[in-house]
Design a protein around this ligand. Structure first.
Ligand SMILES: *Cc1c(COP(=O)(O)O)cnc(C)c1O
Length: 349
């Protein structure tokens, strides 16, 4: 078999959801963010596992994702759409019973005109300047939007992964000012915000990356493993180059293993010459360019050649790999591609 194996531990995802749920008080609801196919791990398996753990509210980015998720989860759980109500979304929102988080006066008008009486929330911009009504707009439309009965007022923190960042407290203050006296359920915290403390929790939290084992939830159980089968090994003489553009040249006789995963699988090309893979406990450097389907690894120092090399697993977390690639674990996860053979672990009840 020349495809790499991606193992996804659904028990660990459930444990992470419960652990993040325990961080906030019992009156605070913990949702689950499953946008981008549950951060690349497969909403079809991940979302039902989260529902079994106790999640009752799910967030996706787009109405199309919401409709797919409704087919997976069936009626019951609330599915909130972070991009709100876009032109062309009305049928999906109605038929899949989605709850758009309205981001602008345009969206509010569209929603109340096309689907009067249909559930919605409102996203407020408290300082990230990405999505949501700004303070002045909100003041202008709040009377008629509040009259229509939003289920949730929410906002999103720009710097919650850095507890010392002054914008956290500023956004908290702005969100409080924009929502006080409404008496409506409120939500501000994603994974990072949950860890900032109880004043950030409000009525509902929205963890994503922490469920999937990523920072800033340092206490997360690891979720993902990625093992690469070795297709062949060869001796390379001093002066010979390995891979595209000859970026790595052997200085001594070297044993090079070619393993079956490349940038088309999510082993992003910026890992060229930077990543480490593990043969059992032994680290081995990736040498030369990452190609579309393959990487080359210097295994000269190994006493025995394993059938599989570990790229993500007990020896290397998604965050360590992300650091080597100059990115974040979110991008490592969401790039993991459909070609990988997926194994889901879940203890039978
Ligand atoms: C992606 C996202 C989340 C989840 O964030 P994590 O950092 O992955 O926990 C929550 N809320 C909004 C608005 C988001 O866009």
């Amino acid at each position: 078999m020349a495809t790499s194996t991606l193992s996804i531990d659904l028990d660990a995802i459930q444990a992470n959801w419960r652990a993040l749920d325990r961080v906030s008080a019992s009156g605070v609801q913990t949702a689950a963010v499953v946008k981008a196919d549950a951060y690349g791990l497969g909403a079809e398996r991940v979302a039902p596992a989260l529902a079994r753990a106790g999640a009752r509210r799910f967030f996706v980015a787009a109405a199309e994702e919401g409709a797919g998720l409704r087919a997976i989860l069936g009626p019951g759980p609330q599915i909130a759409v972070l991009s709100g109500h876009m032109p062309g979304d009305t049928g999906l929102i109605r038929d899949a019973d989605l709850t758009p988080m309205l981001n602008s006066v345009d969206q509010a008008t569209r929603h109340l005109e096309t689907l009067p009486g249909h559930a919605f929330g409102v996203q407020l911009d408290s300082g990230m300047n990405r999505l949501g009504l700004e303070e002045g707009e909100w003041e202008a439309v709040a009377p008629f939007l509040l009259e229509a009965g939003p289920e949730l007022l929410m906002s999103h923190l720009a710097c919650a992964d850095d507890p010392a960042h002054p914008l956290n407290a500023e956004q908290l203050e702005t969100f409080l000012r924009m929502t006080e006296g409404t008496g409506l359920p409120r939500s501000l915290a994603a994974t990072g915000g949950i860890l900032l403390g109880p004043q950030y929790h409000f009525d509902l939290t929205r963890p994503g990356i922490g469920l999937y084992g990523g920072l800033p939830f340092a206490g997360a159980a690891p979720v993902v493993g990625l093992g690469l089968p070795v297709i062949q090994t060869r001796m390379v003489r001093p002066g010979e180059a390995v891979g595209y553009s000859c970026t790595w040249v052997a200085r001594k006789p070297s044993l090079i293993a070619t393993a079956a995963a490349g940038y088309a699988d999510g082993v992003i090309r910026s890992l060229s010459g930077k990543a480490t893979v593990y043969a059992g406990d032994v680290p081995c450097p990736v040498v030369g360019r990452v190609s579309m389907d393959l990487i080359t690894v210097d295994v000269t120092h190994l006493t025995a050649m394993p059938a599989m090399l570990e790229l993500i697993g007990p020896h290397q977390s998604i965050d360590t790999l992300a650091d080597a690639a100059g990115t974040i674990s979110y991008e490592i996860l969401t790039r993991l591609a459909g070609r990988l053979t997926r194994f889901y672990h879940e203890a039978k009840a």
